[in-house]
Design a protein around this ligand. Structure first.
Ligand code: AGP
Length: 608
């Protein structure tokens, strides 16, 4: 959601803050703002729109070596300059940026208003500067601590005080914050991505902690006053890197084309071709522990949920362990039963999704066993799970997740192989599966070099009132993922259904010319899929089929045929999803959409 950056040091703060905001803009991009310390006052500037709009309004900004900045994804209050962060107290003696939601804002606001405070915005955040001011008697940390005691909800905050010009106070409950330690300078961010160019030595804040940030580094305390040692982590992973388009017009297209390499990175050092096995040391489970797992439940949201569904299908089919995927926020709030013999997999690209984090916290409270399937190293979900597998996809900047999906599926297939070998998968079958997985990157590359008539298909769906995605078995989560991409990027109305379920209702939506995109590789479901294709064609649908190369029957039946290279059934989602990613991309481009920052969305959803 929103992004926070802070800087204290000897250098001009503004350029570092703006650079940090640019690196975080994919997290939220409704409005942006900055606060700089100038003498005994706090100078602020805010603008609706992108960081560029803010940057252009900074001509008169003071020279300052301390500041905080924010890029917003609106929750409480519309997208206006007043509602943008930072928010100040009445005397502009302090400024606050905030990620998260203050749930008791109405009660706090009423109380403050009854005490004469005048609010300037509609946000929940604005209660914070007024509360901090109310408790401020010269000690910034004490004031922040007293204010936060009254707050219900979630926050990652950064506060600057006019009369403490070399200090930022930060605190966290449910919204991530990380402090970067430089040479005589210290930086703060809601995401390491914002600061890795300045330093890779970081201290992660945990929930209910408060940090006092100065040029000399950071002191961390618990909100209840207990001290804690600020353990330094060195980020040496490629999950953070230069957010560079490298000649591509958009990050989404760049990330689609990175998939041969990102899948390869996910597999590297993990497949044991001779033993027909896989080694995922991060799970910290030996075969005797793996064999005690009686069920697997994957938790995730959006694309990560679709990857979890795909993984669960593979686990059941190949390891013969009962498995299912659940939408994390639905799971969390139904007082779920946590079986003692289950392993929960938290699937997340960012590792910061609040719904997924909340779900695994619930699992852990109930004594359950959780492992992460996460891209961002050191993220909250990865640290909360404490074990699991990193995807090593590299930074995913486009809001629409593409390479993270294929890496999640790859990691889950690799886990499936490891689990299956502790059960009934033979050496020969394990060797075959390992070989099939290792062949995927080259097949992905082969497809991307010859993607078929994607742009022509994009042309035919631009004006569609409704597009239906269908698939059976492993291809159903792929259909869901294709429809999600098309909604996110092109805003074209569409839905996905299991192909066999289509005749129970959605078939009524089909009229002459309705595009139906059928994911139908040559797996056990192929013949039934062909029957479903004929059913929709009989009602006038325009059939676009994604099928295995060499399947001449489907190629001849479809109005448009998009072949993908042949792979094992379980690996087919890694191929069949590619045309759907490209289709959403090209449809979005043709419709003039904002590809990497689609409307209303943010890259990581850190509020509920
Ligand atoms: C995917 O294109 C979306 N941006 C979204 O559904 C995303 O997958 C979801 O919010 C989960 O994010 P995560 O993987 O970072 O947890």
């Amino acid at each position: 959601m929103c992004g926070i950056v802070g800087y204290v040091g000897p250098e001009p703060a503004l350029s570092r803050l703006i650079e940090g905001l640019r690196r975080l803009e994919y997290r939220g991009y409704d409005s942006a703002g900055v606060a700089l310390l100038e003498g005994k006052t706090v100078w602020t500037r805010k603008r609706v729109g992108r960081v560029d709009a803010l940057d252009q309004a900074l001509g008169d900004a003071p020279e300052s070596t301390t500041g905080i900045a924010h890029t917003r994804w609106a929750t409480h209050g519309g997208i206006t300059e007043e509602n943008a962060h930072p928010h100040c107290d009445g005397s502009t003696g302090l400024a606050v940026v905030h990620n998260g939601i203050i749930e008791n804002m109405n009660a706090l606001r009423e109380q403050l208003e009854s005490e004469g405070v005048v609010f300037r915005s509609e946000t929940d955040t604005e209660v914070l500067p007024h509360l901090i001011r109310k408790f401020y008697t010269g000690d910034p940390v004490a004031a922040v601590r007293s204010a936060l005691r009254l707050v219900n909800g979630t926050y990652g905050i950064a506060v600057v005080f006019a009369d403490h010009p070399d200090l930022i106070v930060a605190a966290r409950l449910g919204s991530p914050l990380v402090v970067g330690l430089g040479d005589g300078e210290t930086v703060l961010a809601s995401d390491p991505q914002a600061i890795v160019e300045l330093t890779r030595r970081v201290v992660y804040l945990d929930d209910r902690e408060i940090a006092v940030i100065s040029r000399d580094g950071v002191k961390v305390e618990r909100l209840d006053g207990r001290k804690r040692t600020a353990d330094v982590t060195v980020i040496d992973d490629d999950a953070y890197g230069v957010a560079d388009l490298q000649g591509f017009p958009h990050f989404m297209l760049k990330e689609i084309h990175e998939q041969p390499e990102s899948i390869q990175r996910c597999l590297r050092g993990r497949l044991q071709l001779d033993e027909g096995n896989a080694k995922l040391g991060g799970f910290q489970m030996d075969p005797r522990e793996l064999v005690r797992i009686e069920r697997i439940i994957a938790l995730g949201c959006g694309t990560s949920y679709h990857a979890g569904m795909t993984g669960a299908m593979a686990i059941e089919a190949l390891a013969r362990v009962p498995a299912r995927a659940e939408v994390a926020n639905e799971f969390r709030y139904r007082n779920p039963i946590i079986p003692r013999d289950a392993l929960f997999l938290a699937v997340s690209q960012s590792g910061e999704t609040m719904d997924t984090l909340g779900a695994i916290q619930e699992v852990r409270i109930k004594g359950g066993n959780v492992a992460g399937v996460v891209n961002v190293v050191g993220s909250t979900i990865a640290r909360t799970a404490g074990k699991g597998v990193y995807l090593h996809s590299g930074p995913e900047i486009a809001v629409a997740s593409t390479k993270a999906f294929t890496s999640q599926v790859t990691a889950l297939m690799t886990f499936t192989l490891m689990l299956a070998r502790t059960r009934n998968l033979s050496l020969e079958a394990g060797q075959r599966m390992a070989r099939e997985l290792s062949a995927v990157p080259a097949k992905v590359s082969e497809y991307l070099h010859n993607p078929g008539p994607i742009e022509a298909v994009a042309d035919t769906i631009l004006d569609a009132r409704y597009v239906l995605f269908l698939g059976r078995g492993f291809s159903f989560p792929v259909a869901l993922e294709g429809a999600l991409k098309l909604k996110e990027i092109a805003y074209i109305p569409c839905e996905a259904y299991p192909a066999g379920e289509m005749k129970h209702g959605p078939i009524a939506m089909i009229e002459e010319g309705t595009p139906v995109i059928f994911v139908a590789p040559s797996d056990v479901h192929r013949d039934k899929a062909i029957s479903n294709m004929k059913e929709v064609q009989a009602r006038g649908a325009k059939l676009i089929a994604i099928h295995t190369a060499g399947d001449h029957e489907i190629a001849a039946l479809a109005d448009v045929s998009i072949p993908v290279p042949e792979v094992a059934d379980f690996a087919s989602p890694l191929l069949t999803v590619l045309p759907l990613q490209l289709l959403a991309y090209h449809a979005g481009v043709k419709l003039g959409r904002d590809i990497d920052k689609p409307r209303n969305l943010a890259k990581s959803v850190t509020v509920e």
